[in-house]
Design a protein around this ligand. Structure first.
Ligand SMILES: [Zn+2]
Length: 122
């Protein structure tokens, strides 16, 4: 059971942070049935909704006509599990991972917090 071991490791990580609210949150990669797989992105939280956050990050896009790169911003809506709701605020840098489509616009889930608003990155 490779998968089980993996999720257990992840759980320990979050448990040390705060008393984890063990609700019956089905769409949680740590306590629920939601499987996070696929691409991983890091971005800044720009909006917060109940059970959902919007993150934004910059990426470089090659413009062939000018043979140069231009900056482009990507916005992603991600499911915010109940156990992480208090931990994550607007301005934080977080990590999201792709999951199955949870709604028309949500196909990512928050997996960890990289740094807070004012904290310096290690
Ligand atoms: Zn949870």
């Amino acid at each position: 059971m490779k998968r089980k071991e993996k999720t257990e490791k992840k759980m320990k990580k979050t448990e040390t942070k705060a008393a984890v609210a063990r609700t019956d949150d089905r769409d949680c990669p740590f306590h629920g049935n939601l499987k996070a797989r696929g691409r991983v992105f890091e971005g800044k939280v720009i909006k917060k909704f109940p059970n959902r956050v919007a993150i934004e990050f910059e990426r470089m896009v090659y413009v062939r006509k000018y043979e140069r790169y231009s900056k482009s911003k990507t916005k992603i809506h991600a499911r915010l599990p109940v156990c992480m709701e208090k931990d994550i605020d607007i301005g934080d840098l977080i990590r999201v991972q792709e999951c199955r489509p949870l709604s028309k616009i949500i196909h990512f889930v928050v997996i960890s917090k990289v740094k807070g608003k004012e904290e310096k990155r290690k």
